[in-house]
Design a protein around this ligand. Structure first.
Ligand SMILES: [Zn+2]
Length: 148
């Protein structure tokens, strides 16, 4: 099982992937006293472990190692965490590769205003769009009119 996770350290973010989140967290905790040169550990040491919060972004049983790294990179590209110093993968995966390996595995969310499934990440962004806001407003208006 592969978990892509986001570490929130105070206001900062780090994205990583692991086969065992529990062990990985223990490692992060122990490494912050040894590997303080790396941004993420420096920050953890600065803020204290109590301020570290781990949020799983994606959990999957059917990603291989390369696909996991591609997905991790996709999250890094989108969320731009300030504590990641290196890319998860050396080369930008082609769009075709993303589509075949990564995109179709992303959790999907059904959007009522679009009448289609969109990826969970894009959905979060979609909620902020004018299109969605307008649709939402119309729904609320109907509700006020006593529309079922
Ligand atoms: Zn929509």
């Amino acid at each position: 099982m592969i978990t892509i996770y986001c570490l929130k350290v105070g206001q900062s973010r780090y994205i990583g992937s692991t086969k065992n989140l529990y062990n990985r967290m223990a490692l992060h905790k122990s490494q912050c006293s040894n590997f303080t040169k790396r941004k993420v550990y420096k920050k953890i040491k600065e803020e204290g472990w109590a301020k570290v919060e781990c949020q799983p972004l994606f959990i999957s049983n059917n990603l291989d190692f390369t696909q996991a790294l591609q997905l991790e990179q996709l999250y890094i590209n989108q969320m731009k965490p300030d504590l990641n110093e290196r890319r998860a993968i050396r080369e930008e995966a082609t769009k075709k590769e993303y589509k075949a390996n990564v995109y179709k595995r992303l959790p999907k969310h059904y959007c009522e205003c679009c009448n289609k499934y969109i990826s969970k990440y894009n959905y979060q962004q979609h909620l902020l769009t004018k299109k969605y806001q307008k649709w939402r407003k119309e729904q609320d208006t109907h509700a006020q009119d006593g529309y079922p």
